[in-house]
Design a protein around this ligand. Structure first.
Ligand SMILES: [Zn+2]
Length: 274
């Protein structure tokens, strides 16, 4: 399932054709930030001028058709906490974020969920029948701590059914570039119950190092959790290889902005996408 590149109001983003709710995986393209943050930086803590970040959010809201004041942020800490939120949790830019969580879910059409990445894997989840969505930041630490298991459980607490959840696994560091040590391979094997066939290959150029397909691992975990594999879309784009289009922490050695994975139930009638 191929993601679709779209440009609206000057902002370029990717959408997954299987997700009926309004959503986007943003790129670097279409903002006003300059220098190494050029141009669509959505990170508040990357050294950008607040007026640039605010303008970038204004443009993104215009492009996708939502009010940036409805965005719900979290402080991402590479853990496995997933929090259910509502529009009351909306974040005012450049004020403290009151809680730590790497995943958020909601059944509130007034809320707009966002999670931030720059190589880590962003996962958007949507049960359109019951009107429940989620945004999950899946770095390798959160992945092997089974944050997706926690996200599916929180969505079910809001009425979702896992066999109806659709997932989009966004642009992130690819199998081509994600070199890891044996401790990460071991952790991936443990969380997938040993089912890492096709997800790990040794790096012949570096003793003891392997490449890990972290997007593929997350897709496999979602299937293990009971999602229909036909409902799981996986981006083919690597943020390191495509560093002109996406923010990559590894490529830039940390001198980078942040992209967002955004989803909202606004405008979605329950029962769509069945
Ligand atoms: Zn790559």
């Amino acid at each position: 399932m191929t993601f679709i590149e779209t440009t609206t109001a000057g902002v370029t983003y990717m959408i997954a054709p299987n997700i009926p709710a309004r959503h986007a995986f943003t790129t670097r393209l279409g903002g006003v930030s300059g220098g190494y943050l050029a141009s669509l930086n959505l990170g508040e803590h990357r050294g950008d001028a607040p007026e640039n970040v605010r303008e970038n959010y204004r443009r993104l809201g215009l492009a996708l058709g939502f009010d940036p004041a409805r965005l719900v942020f979290t402080k991402q800490v590479h853990g496995n906490a997933v929090r259910a939120v509502t529009a009351a949790d909306a974040h005012m830019l450049f004020t403290p974020v009151p809680y730590e969580a790497d995943g958020i879910v909601t059944d509130d059409p007034e809320a707009v969920l966002i999670c931030f990445t720059a190589d880590c894997v962003p996962v958007l989840l949507c049960d359109a029948r019951r009107g429940v969505v989620g945004a999950v930041h899946c770095g390798w630490r959160s992945s092997v701590a089974d944050i997706l298991g926690a996200a599916v459980a929180r969505m079910e607490e809001l009425g979702a059914r896992r066999q109806d959840i659709r997932a989009a696994i966004g642009p992130s560091i690819g199998y081509c570039c994600f070199e890891v040590g044996p401790e990460v391979v071991g952790a991936a094997e443990a969380y997938l119950g040993g089912d890492t066939a096709g997800l790990v290959r040794p790096n012949p150029a570096a003793e003891g190092k392997s490449f890990l397909d972290l997007r593929g691992a997350n897709a496999r975990r979602l299937a293990q959790l009971g999602l229909d594999p036909a409902n799981i879309a996986v981006s083919g784009e690597c943020t390191v290889c495509s560093h002109d289009k996406y923010w990559s922490h590894r490529y830039t050695k940390g001198q980078r902005g942040s992209q967002g994975a955004v989803i909202t139930l606004a405008g979605l009638s329950k029962g769509l996408g069945q």
